[in-house]
Design a protein around this ligand. Structure first.
Ligand SMILES: CC(C)(COP(=O)(O)OP(=O)(O)OC[C@H]1O[C@@H](n2cnc3c(N)ncnc32)[C@H](O)[C@@H]1OP(=O)(O)O)[C@@H](O)C(=O)NCCC(=O)NCCS
Length: 161
């Protein structure tokens, strides 16, 4: 199993993973739109033998500091719960930190994302259409430079059908 940056030739296999992992095509479309918009700042695949079995994308947010949004993240259903999502997310966060991003936001289940250090309390002060118990933040390389203000995901998220 290796994790590497996605490449153009991976697009169809990534789409298959996303369509299998989620109930509909929205997340697969979102990934393609983020890519087309130039917002796929960090995009990684997990490859086992020749098969792409997982994918994660991070895109820039409009925020009071240099922030990325994590998501979507998807693992092929028959490969879930074997640490693939965990490895993809940890590698992406390490790359974000190395590139001096100051924070990462994610919308999801705190039961899953807390293990990476994401905290709903850290996101509480920020105004967002997604504000609530499922919006979490993680500081990279030091405390967040601001604890309030407005945060918006990349435009493709707003076009989700
Ligand atoms: C969520 C997802 C990316 C996690 O990847 P994964 O490779 O299956 O997960 P990992 O093996 O890294 O982690 C497994 C752990 O996460 C937990 N877990 C997995 N999905 C979870 C969820 N939705 N909520 C809470 N916990 C979850 C498991 O219980 C397990 O915990 P344990 O290690 O304490 O037993 C994957 O299950 C998936 O693609 N799900 C469908 C798409 C999705 O919901 N994506 C996230 C929203 S963008």
């Amino acid at each position: 199993m290796i994790i590497r940056p996605e490449q153009p030739a991976d697009a169809a296999a990534i789409r298959r993973v996303l369509e299998a992992a989620f109930p509909g095509p929205d997340e697969a479309n979102l990934v393609e739109e983020l890519r087309a918009d130039g917002d796929a700042v960090i995009a990684l695949v997990s490859v086992d033998a020749a098969d792409i079995v997982g994918h994660v994308m991070f895109s820039p947010m409009a925020a009071p500091f240099r922030a990325l949004g994590l998501g979507p993240v998807a693992v092929a259903p028959d490969r879930q719960r074997s640490g693939i999502g965990d490895s993809l997310i940890r590698q992406g966060l390490a790359e974000a930190k190395a590139a001096d991003w100051q924070g990462v936001f994610v919308l999801g289940d705190p039961a899953y994302y807390r293990r990476f250090g994401f905290d709903p309390a850290l996101a509480q002060g920020f105004a967002s259409p997604y504000a609530g118990p499922h919006l979490m933040a993680l500081a990279l390389g030091g405390p967040l430079p601001a604890t309030n203000g407005r945060v918006d995901y990349a435009p493709a998220f707003g076009r989700l059908g």
